[in-house]
Design a protein around this ligand. Structure first.
Ligand code: DHB
Ligand code: FE
Length: 279
């Protein structure tokens, strides 16, 4: 059976891609953010994942407002990145794992989730940058990937309760996958941020820290909030923290926080980086 090695959650901000491309990691603005990664990479070298299941939200590259699935799962042999207009270099294609994709799809649909299945899928900065941050030295990350995209762009959005349950269903599917493979869950987005409107620049450190603590102590905690509550508490784009919740839902058994770093701001975003171990 597959082994679940743990979970990582990390913010995704296009400006990070620019910092990597221009080698600004040691500039004062960027250093505190990039300093969070070496311990996480050391943990990854111990955890040795073969496959990463990535919960992320597309921002208009693969799905636009005309067609916007609530939950979409990639089932392709590879995933291509493309220009989103941020002025950052596109990264080479990412390897897929169609066998695991279809296993997850079968099991999760059996548990009454409605999914869009994508045998072709462009992946945006929310997918590419976290993987680049985790494996900066390789041309492409040394893992296969399964993208699971959760809509945070066009309301109505799936509730926190449902995102946690989706994660649980994905975790159960992976735990029952008959394969000699080590699987990491990754959630990308958040923490609090708002990019436009009257509250542009809004950040809520107190809520972010409570939320992160709840992921190891009481993952149901965030499900007390409606999507409207979460927008109010974390900003219009802060709802991306649903990806962290789905990642947490996918972990089985006992979960322990291995490391957490938090830095305000990167661009408009409260940037977090969390590692959860699964025991
Ligand atoms: C920013 C944050 C995001 O989550 C995103 O998808 C795009 C931009 C930002 O803070 O600039
Ligand atoms: Fe985003």
């Amino acid at each position: 059976m597959a082994t679940i090695v743990g979970g990582i959650a990390v913010s995704h901000v296009p400006a990070i891609g620019n910092a990597i491309a221009r080698r600004l990691q040691h500039e004062p603005y960027w250093q505190p953010f990039f300093d969070g990664f070496p311990p996480v990479r050391a943990w990854l070298r111990e955890a040795r994942p073969d496959v990463v299941v990535v919960f992320y939200n597309d921002h208009g590259l693969n799905f636009f407002l005309d067609k916007q699935p609530t939950f979409a799962v990639g089932a392709a042999p590879q995933y291509v990145n493309a220009d989103e207009g941020w002025g950052i270099p596109s990264l080479p294609p990412f390897r897929g794992d169609p066998e695991l994709s279809w296993h997850i799809i079968d099991e999760v649909v059996r548990k009454d989730f409605d999914l869009t299945t994508c045998q072709e899928m462009l992946v945006d900065h929310a997918f590419t940058l976290p993987l680049k941050l985790l494996w900066p030295d390789e041309e492409s990350p040394p893992v296969r990937t399964v993208p699971i995209c959760i809509n945070t762009v066009q309301h109505p959005l799936a509730s926190a309760r449902r995102c946690l349950r989706l994660g649980e269903a994905v975790g159960e599917a992976v735990a029952g996958w008959d394969a000699d493979a080590r699987v990491l869950f990754l959630g990308t987005g958040g923490l609090s941020h708002q990019l436009d409107g009257e509250r542009a620049g809004f950040i809520n450190k107190e809520f972010d820290l409570k939320f992160v603590q709840s992921l190891s102590a009481d993952p149901q905690w965030a499900t007390q909030y409606s999507i409207e509550d979460l927008v109010e508490l974390t900003g219009t784009q802060g709802v991306e923290l649903l990806m962290w919740l789905a990642m947490r839902g996918a972990l089985r058994g006992r979960v322990r926080q291995r490391s957490f770093s938090y830095h305000i701001p990167i661009s408009n975003t409260a940037a977090g980086l969390l590692v959860l171990e699964n025991q």
